[in-house]
Design a protein around this ligand. Sequence first.
Ligand SMILES: [Zn+2]
Length: 295
Amino acid sequence: MVLVTNLWSSVSHPNNSIVGVDFYPDLTNFEVSRLDSLRYNITFQNASLNFPPTSIFPLDGLVDNVELSQNKDHIELYVTLTHPTNIDYKTIGKCPEQVKLYFDRTPLVNLLKNKHIVIDPSHGGSDYGSISPTSLLEKEVTLDLAYRSKELLEKYQAYVTLLRTSDKDPLPTRKKQNKITSINPDLMISLHTGNDVKGKVIGSRTGFFKTSSQGKKIANIMQKALYKKLIFPNGGIFKTNVSLLKTLPDKSIRVEILNITSRLEEGWMRDDGFRDIMVQGLFNGIKDIFNYSTT
Ligand SMILES: [Zn+2]
């Protein structure tokens, strides 16, 4: 009997989502079967878990959750996807012995390819935006997240225009509006942090232009994706009348990624690894919005 010692996931953008199972001391035989368009089952023979049955939630835009359970003398792995795709696998004999399952991310490239997204990293220069209890500046967070989002989305062949690319004062709203009108993007995201005066833990919030029902729909989709990925409370969606969202109300949202005045949320916002998680949350929301508009 071999032991399963670990279950993990990673992403190779834009090619594959990877789910890995580690074994000790040897690999074992396994069988891959497709249960339906969004679910795979992998059975590992003569194996047992050296930890309690568990689930992981990669939420990487393609792999939603992975469940591992013991069943007499074999182990069952269930993988649930958000889009139908193909699987490939590789076994690696090293320390630890590994089975790597590769899920093809082409469906995500198909959704994002040639889409034009405008991101406005709010504030900048002498306009700091909100300031956290330990002096983290909103303008720094929004610019960094915008750059990371651009880099990630471009791997999926999307076009991304940032309305601010350095620590300069923001363009006047009228100029931003003219730029958005001339680009006529598929989606516009005004990126902020929240700034609750009492410093409460709020989580992400997503705003839409008050009269746009389409804006409300896409705000809902983004908010759901952020809430799922960031594991903070759900700040919900809200109406706004800011003129930037009025430019293209059906394609515009305002994301307040986390609340910068909360000691807990600012701590996570400072973390380099968590910034990538926030960007993955934004990516998931953007991808889901395009998936919604093509179905
Ligand atoms: Zn702001």
